[in-house]
Design a protein around this ligand. Structure first.
Ligand code: GH3
Ligand code: MG
Ligand code: MG
Length: 656
């Protein structure tokens, strides 16, 4: 179970305020009651002292009265006679006489023969006795008292102000007999609590037995204490008032606390909603104010981080765009380097960046703008990076540069370039360095990929041995050229060449020499071709030259020139001294506008070549393609042309 903030505070309040206060109230009333008891005991003690003194005085009075009365009785013959005779009536009359004296409360006469009579008030206390005698011997005893129990009790009450009770040793009680009895009296010097008539508490104390009669004087005092703490209801009211004030204070505290908490909560919700602009008001400089300002700082930091994230997202979007452009650029090295350096500058928050490749693949790309200090720092860093072949940092006039050599492309392991970024806002941190090196690693791979890609693309269309376009490239060129010829109504010619007795070259001088011959032929074809012509190695020792915008005579001219040059060329031996010569046979075909199929043109030229071989080699034969009858260039026409070279004109035969 989780308690609400308010409930917890309330419980806390109860714990720290109510419990101690109740304890305190109980203690205070306890102390008050103790002090009331103490006060009552003190009053009782004083009262008992007074009462004891009064008793002593009463006894003294009784002593004097007894002596005086005894004298008086001794002088009265009738009294003496009554004492001697023991006549009760006479004794009673004599005692009554004596008791009537002023200040005397009671007189008792005990005759020698044993008769005793008493006259006066009931319950005499503090009595005194005198023995009477005459010349003949003892007459008896006279006991007198100047006060009775009732009188004495009233006197004590008047003088001490306390309620008094006289307790005879036989249990008779004069005074509040309902409250006091002989058995429940405390020992002398001690006090005891008893219940009063109307339920109030009383304190009682008593003297030790006084005189010969064993009389005890008891005093009773209410323990109802005086003053503020003596009053239980007043204490209760004060405690309740205190609680009320404390409760009010706590409620106010709670409200202000809740106000603070509510403000924080509202601010936290605003931040949760993405609003970092509003602040929690900071008042005073207590912990709450500290909390508020800390909260504001946190909100500021969050806002900054959100801004940074936003900037980073924009940067990522830009990077994605650049990468997209990289794809679109078809992996062109220059475009790749530009994207690389722009990405490095963007992601590492640099102001300027430069990537440069050296050597064969040389290329360079820049991004951002630079100051002189940045240029200096960048140059220094780049130099060191290339020298040390690693990542380095340099600082010049408050500009910081980070540079690293670009991975080795060549087999030499030498760095092929370097990338450098620079800025003035501060040195690059670990994360930026990491990103930079990552990009650089990727770049190395990419540049390598591009180089490979370019190489493969070149290889795909180039014959390795002669450097001429290969058969595939030739076919592609022919496709384009035939389309162009159709569109612009141009003639399109083709010569096809086969080296004579080439097998012999291989057999006699070896394949290497054969290859050398092929290279020489390739070179001649390249040299003899115009810009728009496409010489190509068709396969083995066969070559072709596509001749756009060239008619039959033009093609023959080209073919004848090539044949003559081949015939004239002296080829040195690859191995050992000496040299050799070769010849070639050439077939030529022309496709007049509108052009027919490319395949037909090739077939016609091939046919003419066959005729040239059959005709004795080292010659040019032109295929007759002009007068075809629906079936395209016929072999017959080629044969015809070969058969009647003179009629066709351009047939050349040179043999040595
Ligand atoms: P012909 O005069 O009738 O053309 O006779 P030829 O010896 O040239 O006959 P053929 O066309 O049959 O021979 C072609 C030879 O060319 C066969 C092959 O060994 C050789 N050859 C083809 N390609 C190459 C190459 O790339 N290098 C070398 N050295 N020889 C090649
Ligand atoms: Mg051949
Ligand atoms: Mg041949």
């Amino acid at each position: 179970m989780s308690l609400s903030f308010r409930l917890r505070l309330t419980l806390f309040f109860l714990l720290i305020v109510v419990v101690p206060m109740v304890t305190l109230a109980i203690l205070v009333s306890q102390i008050a009651s103790d002090s009331a008891t103490g006060k009552a005991d003190a009053r009782l003690s004083t009262g008992l002292q007074t009462a004891t003194n009064l008793y002593g005085e009463a006894q003294d009075d009784a002593q004097r009265a007894a002596a005086k009365l005894a004298q008086q009785a001794g002088a009265d013959t009738s009294t003496v006679a009554a004492l001697k005779s023991g006549d009760r009536d006479a004794l009673a009359a004599a005692a009554a006489d004596l008791a009537a004296a002023p200040g005397v409360a009671s007189v008792e006469l005990e005759s020698a023969p044993g008769a005793t009579v008493r006259a006066g008030g009931r319950g005499p206390v503090a009595t005194a006795s005198v023995d009477m005698a005459d010349t003949e011997g003892s007459l008896g005893t006279l006991t007198a008292a100047t006060t009775t129990a009732r009188q004495f009790a009233r006197q004590i009450e008047q003088i001490t102000g306390e309620q008094a009770a006289l307790v005879e040793h036989d249990g008779d009680v004069t005074g509040p007999a309902d409250l006091v009895d002989a058995d429940s009296l405390p020992a002398a010097g001690e006090g005891a609590d008893i219940d009063g008539a109307n339920g109030d508490r009383l304190r009682v104390a008593a003297t030790a037995p006084l005189g010969g009669g064993g009389l005890r004087i008891a005093l009773l005092a209410p323990t109802e204490a005086e003053g503020f703490f003596g009053s239980q209801p007043k204490v209760a009211v004060a405690v309740i008032a205190f609680f009320a004030i404390a409760l009010l204070a706590v409620m106010l505290l709670l409200r202000s606390l809740q106000g603070y908490v509510a403000e924080m909560l509202a601010a936290a919700r605003r931040i949760g909603g993405g609003d970092f602009s509003q602040k929690v008001p900071v008042t005073g400089n207590d912990e709450m104010a500290g909390l508020a300002s800390e909260f504001n700082r946190m909100s500021d930091r969050l806002g900054e981080q959100m801004d940074q994230l936003r900037r980073q997202r924009i940067e990522i979007e830009k990077s994605v765009q650049r990468i997209g452009e990289a794809f679109a650029s078809g992996l062109d090295r220059q475009a790749l380097l530009t994207i690389l350096v722009e990405t490095a500058v963007g992601t590492c928050e640099a102001d300027y960046g430069l990537v440069a490749l050296s050597g064969q693949v040389g290329a360079e790309a820049e991004a951002g703008r630079r100051t002189e200090a940045m240029s200096d720092a960048a140059l220094a860093a780049e130099e060191r990076a290339l020298r040390e072949a690693s990542a380095v940092e340099e600082e010049r006039d408050g500009a910081f540069a980070l540079s690293s050599a670009l991975g080795a492309l060549g087999a030499s392991g030498e760095p092929v370039g370097a990338m450098t970024i620079a800025r003035e806002s501060g040195p690059f941190n670990a994360t930026e360095r990491e990103v930079f090196l990552y990009l650089l690693g990727q770049a190395a791979a990419s540049v390598e990929n591009v180089a490979l890609h370019e190489l493969v693309a070149e290889q795909a269309v180039t014959d390795e041995l002669t450097g001429l376009p290969n058969k595939r490239a030739f076919q592609e060129a022919m496709r384009k050229e035939s389309a162009r010829a159709a569109r612009f109504k141009h003639d399109l010619s083709l010569v096809i060449l086969d080296i004579d007795n080439f097998k012999q070259v291989n057999d006699t001088h070896g394949h290497l020499q054969g290859d050398e011959v092929l290279r020489v032929i390739g070179k001649i074809l390249a040299e003899e071709s115009r810009g728009i012509d496409t010489p190509a190695r068709y396969g083995g020792e066969e070559f072709v030259v596509a001749l756009p915008e060239t008619d039959r005579e033009g093609a023959l001219e080209v073919a004848e020139r090539i044949r003559e040059r081949i015939e004239a060329v002296v080829i040195p031996m690859v191995e050992g001294d000496g040299e050799m010569r070769i010849t070639a046979s050439i077939g030529s075909a022309t496709m007049p506008a509108p052009p027919a199929d490319v395949q037909d043109l090739v077939a016609a030229a091939d046919g003419a070549l066959y005729e040239a071989k059959r005709g004795g080699k080292n010659r040019v034969v032109v295929a007759e393609t002009e007068e075809r009858n629906g079936d395209g260039p016929a072999a017959e026409s080629t044969n015809e042309s070969a058969a009647t070279p003179a009629a066709q004109g351009p047939v050349s035969t040179r043999r040595k």
